[in-house]
Design a protein around this ligand. Structure first.
Ligand code: 6GU
Length: 247
């Protein structure tokens, strides 16, 4: 997968050189390209923002550098056609479902806004050439789209074939589409079997895989009820079996 990131802070993305994503880039699974928006400015001060029409606080990102940046990065008739992601607190809430869908795309472009956002005409102009999605990572306001882009790139990247090792399967993750859909994961344990007076739940040492699976599902249901009750309320009734209802 190719990912282009356009930002006024390319240095913000050095974490993408580390760990799983760094390895995926070295192995060629991931081709991440960073672009400094200011390289498409033409004035001495490399200006990317201006005052908002209609007044009000803060500054808005000018359309001109964004238009030229997207022209240069995407081209006139791209093949394949990339998907443009606009991280914004006003966007659709980003979920694991979005991540799974985006992981199937060949090419994503992230446009990181700062200040009060990007002049709205940029998204309309880009949509003439490619699908555009406005996505938010949660109900709080960040100083810019960079950290939200890091979150989305990491979430999508770990779903790409070959990025996670066998020990770190994405299938049993909290929110993973499939069996654990709409549930958060329960507690996990490693050696020693006793630590500071606490024993590991004996079922995990029993070797009975069926019993272990059932215990994990019970614990996931309990933790979901405690921390995310709204997830259980919206869950389709047919997704709970008879044993689930007893938990
Ligand atoms: Cl994507 N951007 C900004 N600036 N703030 C956010 C956000 C995005 N998602 C939640 N808050």
């Amino acid at each position: 997968m190719r990912i282009d990131i356009i930002t006024i802070f390319p240095d913000y993305f050095t974490p993408l050189e580390l760990s799983l994503i760094g390895k995926a880039r070295k192995s060629g699974i991931l081709d991440i390209r960073l672009h400094d928006l200011r390289s498409w400015t033409h004035d001495r001060h490399h200006t990317v923002d201006d005052t908002p029409y209609g007044g009000g606080p803060g500054m808005v990102m000018k359309p001109q550098p964004w238009g030229e940046a997207l022209d240069a990065v995407v081209g006139a008739a791209p093949d394949p056609v990339p998907r443009l992601i606009l991280p914004t607190p006003s966007g659709v809430p980003f979920t694991q479902r979005h991540a799974a869908r985006l992981a199937g795309e060949p090419w994503l472009v992230f446009a990181c806004g700062r200040y009060e956002g990007i002049d709205s005409r940029v998204a309309v102009d880009a949509a003439r050439r490619m699908p555009v999605e406005e996505l938010s990572i949660g109900d709080y306001v960040l100083a810019g789209g960079e950290s939200a882009t890091l979150v989305m790139v990491e979430t999508v990247s770990r779903l790409l074939p070959g990025v996670l090792g066998n020990t770190e399967s994405a299938e049993q993750d909290s929110f993973a589409p499939g069996v654990m859909d709409d549930l958060v994961e329960g507690p996990v344990y490693t050696k020693p079997a006793e630590w500071r007076g606490q024993e590991v739940p004996p079922v995990l040492l029993s070797g009975h895989h069926g019993a272990v699976d059932r215990w994990r599902r019970d614990e996931a249901l309990r933790r979901t009820a405690r921390n995310r009750p709204e997830l259980l309320r919206r869950m389709a009734p047919d997704r709970l079996d008879r044993r689930d209802r007893e938990v």
